[in-house]
Design a protein. Structure first.
Length: 389
């Protein structure tokens, strides 16, 4: 079940990341409007905000916390030392990925935040829930402070309307050159993107969002939910219902609010969007996770297809970057700014559809995916057989 959830989450993360891979976050409006698929692109963009954005990395964050909790339950205090070694190796893999392949990397963030998990492991179940609620509420609370400060400093707020902060021309040109230039242009643009990416993680207060789901995952293990789903079906049904009602509605509100009131500069309309995201992202993520977990026994031949993808989640995640960067950047096919949202989703669905049989084929002969093998090999520091006996 955890492998299936991990496989679905990796595919969902790709749906969100393709917008960035192909430069849609920077594309000039007039260029986007020239696509023959422009009408459909607008629909896909709205669907991405409502159904995809923030939900699948939240599931993956939940699974990260569950994974730590299971390691702790099986290995006791000895597993903490091994967990920290795993994080150091993950940090190394993420740094190589972020600096040399694609700056939109999430592995560095996961590794850095993961070092706090042994501290949370000392908390009781009630404290873990309080920490989860507090961490998930932090972005909204900080945004309220920003709105108040801006209200004091600025007498007349900016009128609502679509848009966002611009970039200096030289920075914009460097990023645009990723789609038309060579390998050096891609590397320079990626380093600039890396800086901007981490500035965005700070400005959007992503850290407590991710850490809150880590802690919630640890709580589910502590409560025995992960290891005995049948005994907790009433709770899973309530989470599923809350996700598909309150969570879905909150995501619609967030998408509409942030369409008209940009996140920055802070505004009352932006606060509505931030609060709706704080409610909608984790709730709909839980709704997805509970729906999949409860449906798996009924349709194992369908959902089970994602199991091998999840067992090779790190390999498949890195493969997304290699394939999409090659498709998008100038040293490859140069599709940057040449396809809209609908076509990027078609690319994402194609990649996932190919990874399902490829993962199954690979694991028929090998015990681990290539990246998973490297991760384990560097963690344990001993020879590790790759091929199945």
């Amino acid at each position: 079940m955890l492998d299936v959830l991990r496989g679905v989450a990796v595919g969902g993360i790709l749906l969100a990341n393709t917008f960035v891979f192909f430069g849609l976050f920077l594309i000039p409006p007039e260029r986007a409007a020239a696509f023959s698929t422009h009408g459909l692109d607008r629909v896909i963009e709205f669907a991405e905000h409502v159904l995809v954005e923030g939900k699948f990395y939240s599931i993956f964050s939940l699974l990260f916390g569950i994974g730590f909790g299971l390691q702790l339950a099986r290995g006791g205090d000895a597993s903490v030392t091994r967990f920290r070694r795993r994080l150091r190796v993950l940090l190394l893999i993420g740094a190589v990925h972020a600096l040399l392949i694609w700056a939109g990397d999430i592995l560095v963030l996961y590794a850095l935040l993961g070092f706090s998990m042994p501290w949370f492991a000392k908390k009781d179940a009630r404290s873990l829930l309080r920490w989860t609620a507090g961490l998930l509420a932090t972005p909204t609370l900080l945004y309220i402070v920003a709105v108040v400060v801006r209200g004091i400093a600025v007498a007349q707020p900016a009128p609502p309307g679509p848009g966002g902060p611009g970039l200096p021309p030289e920075i914009f040109e460097r990023l645009a050159a990723m789609g038309t230039g060579g390998l050096v242009d891609a590397l320079i643009g990626n380093l600039i993107f890396f800086v901007g990416r981490w500035m965005d993680l700070v400005m959007s207060v992503r850290f407590p969002k991710v850490l809150g789901m880590f802690v919630l995952g640890l709580w589910t293990v502590r409560q025995g939910i992960t290891t005995d789903l049948q005994a907790h079906l009433p709770l899973l049904r309530r989470w599923r219902a809350a996700g598909w009602t309150i969570g879905l509605a909150a995501n619609v509100v967030a998408a509409l609010a942030l369409r008209w009131w940009p996140y920055w500069p802070p505004s009352a309309g932006g606060l509505l969007g931030v609060f709706a995201q704080a409610v909608g992202f984790p709730l709909l993520a839980l709704g997805y996770a509970c729906t999949i977990a409860m449906a798996l026994p009924r349709v194992p031949h369908v959902l089970g297809l994602f199991g091998p993808v999840g067992r090779m989640a790190l390999t498949n995640y890195l493969m997304h970057s290699v394939v999409c960067v090659t498709l998008a950047y100038g040293f490859g096919l140069g599709l940057w700014w040449r396809i809209g949202a609908a076509m990027t989703w078609a690319v994402a669905v194609t990649i996932v559809a190919l990874q399902v049989p490829l993962s199954r084929w690979w694991l028929a002969s090998f015990q681990y995916g290539p990246a998973e093998w490297l991760w384990r090999r560097l963690t344990y520091g001993v020879p590790l057989p790759m091929r199945r006996r």
